[in-house]
Ligand binder design. Structure first.
Ligand code: FAD
Length: 396
C-alpha cells in the first residue's frame, strides 16, 4: 500500500515544509523524511523583502530550526545535505556515498537566482543574491556591522524581488540605485504608465533609477564596487544586490530522465512528474503548463504553491486531487507606491488605463472587452477584490 510507504521530500522551503505539514495533518503515522541543502530553518520567504519595514531581524524570521521542525512534524529532517542524484527505477536517492530508498518522492527544490556575470571572489562580501534566509543573514550581517551607517546599495533588476528590496533597504536607511534594462520597473506585472508611476514614487523618495541600462561588469575598487553600465556611466556602491530572476532547479530531475522545461519540472494537475511515484511542487514545478515565466505569466508565488500543497497532500493520503489556481493577484510589497497585479495569461488585445497622479487602474481586455487581468497602483489597489472576482482563474 503506497500510502504506508516512506514519503521523502527534497527541499524545506514553503513547498516542502507545507506539504509535510499537510500530509501529517491527514496521516499521523506515515514516515516522512525531509532533506534540505540549507539549514532547514523554517521561515516565510516573502518576509525577507519587507523585514526592515516590519522591523524583523534574521533571527526573528526563523520560526523553527530543523530540530523544532522535526519535532512538530514528527519527521526526519536532514539538513545541509544536497541530494546528488535520483534513481527513479531503484526508488533511491544518492547523497554523497549514501543511498536512501524512498516510497514516494516529492521534489520541492525551488528556484535559483540567475547570475548574469562573473563575480570576482574578492567581491563575495559585497555582491549578494537574496533567495533564502541564509543569504539574508549574510546581507544583514554586513549591514548590521555598521549600525546607523548608510550604505550605498546598487540593485540590479527591477522585477518583484529587486523592487521590493529597493523599497525595503531604502526604508532601512540605505541609499539605493536601481538598474534595469527595461524602461520601467516591474515590466512583467505593470504596463508602462503604471511602471512609470512606481519609478516616480521611488525617485521622489530618493531611490535613483537607471533604466534602459545594462550592467556590463562589476569591479573591486578596494573600498567598494564599481558597476560599469553599457552607456559608459560608472556607479559606485558599497554593496550590490543581483536580482535578475530565478530559474527552477530542474537539474536533479533532468539528470534522472524526468520531463522538464525552462518553466520547471513538468507535472500534471495532480503534481505527478513523468516518473512513477515522483511529484513536484513549488517554484521548481511547471503544473499543467504554469511555472516559471518563459514569456508568459509566472506561477512562482505562494498561493499557487499552497493550492498545490493541498491537492498533493490529499493525493498522497489516498484521495487523488487535482490542483486548481484562482484569479490570485500578486501584492507587491512597495509601500512607497502600493501595487497589485494579475497579469493576463496571454497578451491582451488592449489595456484600458484610467487614473491620475500615481493612482491607476489598468484593465487587460480582449477584443470584446472581457477582463483578462489587471494592474493597480496607489489608491486604486482597493479594487483588487472586485476585479479578481471578475477575472478568469489562472488554472481553472
Ligand atoms: P524554496 O524556498 O527555494 O525552497 C527550496 C528548497 O530546496 C530549499 O530548502 C533548498 O535548500 C532545497 N534544495 C534545493 N536543491 C536541493 C538539493 N539538490 N538537495 C536538497 N535540497 C535542495 N510570493 C508571493 O506570493 N508573495 C510575495 O510577496 C513574495 N515575495 C517574495 C519575496 C522574495 C524576496 C522572494 C525571493 C520570493 C517571493 N515570493 C513571493 C515567491 C515565494 O516566496 C516563492 O514562490 C516560494 O517561497 C517558493 O518556495 P519553494 O519551497 O518552492 O522553494
Amino acid at each position: 500500500d503506497p500510502s504506508n510507504a516512506p514519503l521523502t521530500i527534497i527541499g524545506t522551503g514553503m513547498a516542502g515544509v507545507g506539504l509535510a505539514r499537510a500530509v501529517r495533518r491527514r496521516d499521523g503515522e506515515r514516515p516522512i523524511t525531509l532533506i534540505s541543502a540549507d539549514s532547514g530553518d523554517e521561515y516565510t520567504k516573502p518576509l525577507l523583502s519587507s523585514a526592515f519595514a516590519k522591523r524583523q531581524t534574521p533571527q526573528s524570521l526563523a520560526m523553527h530550526d530543523a530540530v523544532g521542525l522535526a519535532a512538530t512534524l514528527k519527521a526526519r529532517v536532514r539538513t545541509r545535505m544536497p541530494v546528488d542524484a535520483i534513481d527513479p527505477v531503484g526508488h533511491r536517492l544518492v547523497i554523497g556515498a549514501e543511498t536512501l530508498p524512498y516510497g514516494q518522492l516529492v521534489l520541492a527544490t525551488g528556484a535559483a537566482p540567475r547570475q548574469p556575470f562573473e563575480v570576482a571572489s574578492s567581491l563575495r562580501d559585497r555582491v549578494f543574491q537574496i533567495n533564502d534566509l541564509d543569504d539574508y543573514r549574510r546581507l544583514r550581517g554586513v549591514l548590521d556591522r555598521h549600525p546607523g551607517q548608510q550604505a550605498r546599495i546598487a540593485i540590479i533588476g527591477a522585477g518583484l524581488v529587486g523592487c521590493e528590496f529597493a523599497n525595503d533597504l531604502h526604508a532601512g536607511g540605505h541609499r539605493i540605485a536601481l538598474v534595469a534594462p527595461e524602461p520601467t520597473p516591474l515590466p512583467r506585472l505593470l504596463p508602462p504608465p503604471l511602471g512609470r508611476a512606481l519609478g516616480e514614487a521611488f525617485a521622489e523618495a530618493g531611490i535613483s533609477g537607471y533604466f534602459e541600462r545594462q550592467v556590463t561588469a562589476l569591479h573591486d575598487d578596494g573600498d567598494g564596487v564599481t558597476l560599469a553600465l553599457d552607456d559608459g556611466e560608472v556607479l559606485a556602491a558599497d554593496l550590490v544586490l543581483v536580482a535578475t530572476g530565478l530559474r527552477p532547479r530542474t537539474g536533479l530531475a533532468e539528470a534522472a530522465g524526468l520531463a522538464v522545461s525552462p518553466a520547471g519540472i513538468l507535472t500534471d494537475r495532480r503534481l505527478a512528474t513523468s516518473a512513477p511515484d515522483i511529484f513536484a511542487l513549488g517554484d521548481v514545478a511547471c503544473v499543467d503548463g504554469l511555472g516559471a515565466p518563459t514569456g508568459g505569466v509566472s506561477a512562482m508565488y505562494v498561493q499557487p504553491l499552497q493550492a498545490a500543497v493541498k491537492a498533493l497532500a490529499a493525493t498522497l493520503t489516498g484521495a487523488p486531487t487535482e490542483a486548481s489556481y484562482g484569479a490570485w493577484p500578486v501584492v507587491v510589497k512597495t509601500p512607497l507606491l502600493p501595487v497589485v497585479a494579475l497579469p493576463p495569461r496571454e497578451p491582451p488585445h488592449h489595456w484600458r488605463i484610467e487614473g491620475e497622479a500615481s493612482d491607476f487602474s489598468a484593465l487587460a481586455e480582449d477584443q470584446t472587452g472581457r477582463l483578462l487581468g489587471f494592474a493597480l497602483t496607489g489608491r486604486c489597489v482597493r479594487r483588487k477584490v472586485e476585479l479578481a472576482r471578475a477575472a478568469p482563474p489562472l488554472l481553472g
